[in-house]
Design a protein around this ligand. Sequence first.
Ligand SMILES: C[S@@+](CC[C@H](N)C(=O)[O-])C[C@H]1O[C@@H](n2cnc3c(N)ncnc32)[C@H](O)[C@@H]1O
Length: 315
Amino acid sequence: MRRDPALRSRRHQQHRESRDEQRESDWLSTWQHVYDTYHQSARRDALGEDFTGWDSSYDGSPIPLAHMREWRDAAVERILSLKPRRLLEIGVGSGALMGRLAPDCQSFVGTDLSPVAISGLSAQVTAHPELRRGVELRPQPAHDTNGLRPESFDTVVLNSVVQYFPSGEYLDEVLSVAVDLTAPGGADFVGDVRNLRLHRCLLSAVQARRSEENADRQTLRRAVDRAVATENELLVDPGYFTDLATRHRDVAAVDIQVKQAVHENELSRYRYDVVLTKASSRGSTGLLGRLTGGRRSAGASRFLAARRRSRGPVG
Ligand SMILES: C[S@@+](CC[C@H](N)C(=O)[O-])C[C@H]1O[C@@H](n2cnc3c(N)ncnc32)[C@H](O)[C@@H]1O
């Protein structure tokens, strides 16, 4: 049974009404501006090889190319193991994953909040004959399903994107959208999620590196508290995703995967990947409908944290 699209959009609308839409839209505009600026100056020589902006939180220097290639290849390998044929990547960015995934797929749709990212990537696709067929790129935010048919993708990818979401409610909505767009039995890969449980560990390591050698514990603790208070990205406890499986019939399985890497860095140590498998038989209500009748459960909120911080994106 195909779900009624009007019903689905009403559910999304209901979910939105309980939120501070102005704040969310300001937040999205801010990140769009950040990424438009970033993609304007991006190097566009080799597709998927531009890691400008992926700077170390410890000292601000670029994360070494070998580390970034390992990070990208590990994500590609995990996604290819899902055997994608019709793939949607939400937040496709500069195409780091797309360049390797699209040639193996029958169709690849990439969306991004940043129109500048999409136009730059479109120009690169035109220059790659092996990508031209079957690739479609659309400038639209993650919650926007315009032009995307329900259940038309066997794999939906959100890699290194959810940290820029304005709130846990927005994450709920986007996961609902992703699951609705996924065919029964398909998978949603939510990669490179910043781990809320390890947040203080990361910040302590960063502050210890940045502080004077003889800084005392109190000073360090205060610096970590300040860094926690000024965090402006969304961090998610892995429990949020395991909780999804218990709350939603469409999510048949949740696989939380620690990063596997030879190179140790803040990406391999403090982030994780998640694979949500959509049930093969279609239920009658979508994911969002089961999010406690449109209201986010108190249970889910304990797994989320959106905090302000002053510096720009990691990449
Ligand atoms: C760190 S890059 C990741 C790019 C790519 N997924 C990868 O793994 O290389 C984050 C991308 O997410 C996009 N983004 C951020 N917030 C978004 C949103 N709400 N909807 C869609 N894209 C978003 C940004 O414009 C940026 O291109």
